[in-house]
Design a protein around this ligand. Structure first.
Ligand SMILES: [Zn+2]
Length: 381
């Protein structure tokens, strides 16, 4: 099956050049769910591009009859971030002009929906598919209003145009997957939302973080929060409802690198997810038994139990515990070699774990100013 390839102009630059997005749309023989997958929203987080490339090759190799619904793939979805450099390094996390994180800019319908309780009440007795359709129609109508401001004479800052382009591609998706990596060095894991543990196991990763606390306006959040909010309103009215709408952020390894293991885990996990969700049929993934694909054991940690350690003092990080290891409370997790200008000898200071847990993220830079990130640990209770 070959995809429909659509190129979308994104930004006209001062030099006259135009940055663009390219969408690869695989359309199945039968209609069904829409899956939207993008990569590289943060400029240094490039592993997902290799994942999408392998998914394109995988999908090209299957028949349209074996795909139900459609899969849209957008690699290098943020050219501004991808192309940014500071000497050899890729910063690429912020729109420096507006001083905003590229993944904290998205439009969240829930913040504008002041009549959700009344809407839920009006839909209380309807079939879930009808509710989904009615709600999506309202979200789309509200979203369309953003275009009026964009097209007005005064226009808008670029991040608002950028979010409009990406969200116009993904707003009506059923399943949304945003491929990231650590900005530093991280494990392969995912972020998931309330009541979606079961599907999270389909990605075959060892570890997942429940977003019980939100950053605000991230791509995955902005997509799913309105649906979770409506589920909650139904719950308050005594009806349990769960939309088949899911959002995932996969964190695949290390920034500025394409780690083959991270790519393999990303590809394998997404393939299995697509199979388990019924998007793809008649495909057997090599080396995966049914037992593994359905019963993957994952460690779940709540976002609220993540502890990020910031160096209390400037210096050089030494003897840090390794990525992926479990540490015990009060264990030394790193040392800071600290120099001074007080005519005293340098000191080495031990930093101990505040809680026991899994080391899932570490800084690449081992030189730190006071208050800079050193290590991330998911506390296991
Ligand atoms: Zn990221």
């Amino acid at each position: 099956m070959l995809p429909i390839i659509e190129t979308i102009p994104l930004r006209h630059m001062a030099s006259g050049d135009v940055l663009s997005l390219q969408v690869y749309k695989f359309i199945g023989a039968q209609s069904g769910k829409k899956v939207y997958i993008q990569s590289n929203l943060h400029g240094a987080e490039i592993s997902g591009n290799a994942v999408i490339h392998q998914l394109i090759e995988f999908l090209v190799g299957i028949n349209a009859a074996d795909l139900t619904g459609e899969i849209w793939l957008v690699p290098v979805c943020n050219p501004m971030g991808t192309n940014e450099r500071a000497q050899h390094f890729s910063p690429g996390r912020y729109c420096s002009y507006e001083a905003k994180d590229w993944n904290r800019i998205f439009w969240d319908y829930e913040k504008e929906a002041d009549d959700l309780a009344a809407f839920a009440k009006s839909q209380l007795l309807l079939e879930i598919e009808v509710v989904r359709h009615n709600y999506l129609t309202i979200i789309k109508q509200k979203f369309a209003q953003l275009l009026e401001k964009i097209n007005s004479l005064s226009s808008v800052p670029f991040t608002q145009k950028f979010r409009y382009k990406l969200q116009s591609l993904s707003l009506d998706a059923d399943y949304l997957i945003d491929l990231h990596s650590s900005n530093n060095q991280g494990l392969n894991y995912l972020y998931y939302f309330h009541n979606r543990e079961l599907s999270s196991k389909y990605f075959l990763l060892d570890f997942g973080i429940l977003l019980d606390e939100y950053d605000g306006d991230a791509f995955d959040e902005a997509f799913i929060k309105p649906w979770l909010a409506l589920e909650q309103h139904f719950h308050s009215l005594g009806r349990e409802i769960k939309f088949d709408v899911e959002a995932w952020t996969l964190e695949l390894g290390t920034g500025m690198q394409i780690n083959p293991d991270s790519v393999m885990q990303g590809v394998k996990g997404i393939q299995n997810y697509l199979i388990q969700k019924g998007c793809i049929r008649n495909i057997v993934l090599p080396s995966l038994s049914e037992d593994v694909t359905l019963n993957n054991q994952m460690l779940f940690i709540k976002r609220g139990n993540i502890i990020k350690y910031y160096s209390p003092i400037g210096g050089m990080i030494q003897d840090r515990v390794k990525l992926g290891c479990f540490v015990k409370v009060n264990e030394v997790i790193y040392k800071v070699l600290s120099f001074n200008k007080l005519s005293q000898l340098p000191q080495v200071i031990d930093i101990r774990a505040q809680e026991s847990g899994l080391v899932y993220d570490i800084s690449t830079n081992q030189a730190v100013n006071e208050g800079e990130f050193v290590i991330g640990i998911g506390a296991i209770q």
